[in-house]
Design a protein around this ligand. Sequence first.
Ligand SMILES: Cc1cc2nc3c(=O)[nH]c(=O)nc-3n(C[C@H](O)[C@H](O)[C@H](O)COP(=O)(O)O)c2cc1C
Length: 219
Amino acid sequence: MGTLTKFALGMMGQLRPKPAQGEASPTIVLPSPVTEGGMPLMTALSRRQSARTFARDELPLSMLSNLLWAACGVNRPDGGRTAPSALNAQEIDVYVALPSGAYLYHAAANVLQLKVVRDLRRVTGYQDFVDDAPLDLVFVADHSRMKLVPVGQRASFASAAAGAISQNVYLFAASNGLSAVIRAWIDREAIADALGLSHDQQVLLSQTVGYPKDRVSPT
Ligand SMILES: Cc1cc2nc3c(=O)[nH]c(=O)nc-3n(C[C@H](O)[C@H](O)[C@H](O)COP(=O)(O)O)c2cc1C
């Protein structure tokens, strides 16, 4: 669906998910992430950029697991994460929109929990590429976890935390030859509605990730 059509539908409150494709499991147990090695940090930084053309090929589960761990996985025995959060509130939830459904990433258990058996990718933004790229992440702040943060600062602190997560994803993408773009031009109401979010939950940003369109698919 084209960007203008999507925007018009969004204005009318009509941006809706598509039926799910393929089998949706209630829980996807992710393979253990590979948390060592990879491209040197300075090389990844020199390659970080936004890209907006994607191949449709799905990412292998091992790649998805590594990507989510890089984003905000648990990297210490005390439950600390790869991305910071104010007062360690860990208020950002990462929803994973795949063709088979929308899942919530549980970092400690390293699983994806099925939330909606619909293809929500179309709803995660107005730009046309989000519909067909294999993965759209949605960063959602849960304000109920931010009780120690003054009310007036919760939204900005949560946005900073989501920004850190998105940069982790950008660096992972750069180091693995993937395309990625963080997006704020999204229909937050449509996303919240499609995900069945509560009033405590605030949709902040979305990020599309996938192989570059011009890649040669393995046969
Ligand atoms: C908060 C924020 C919101 C953004 N929103 C969008 C967006 O809605 N759509 C989009 O295509 N790019 C979006 N971008 C990506 C910027 O356009 C991009 O980072 C900028 O053009 C610089 O390009 P670079 O990331 O390749 O350095 C956003 C970036 C940030 C930091």
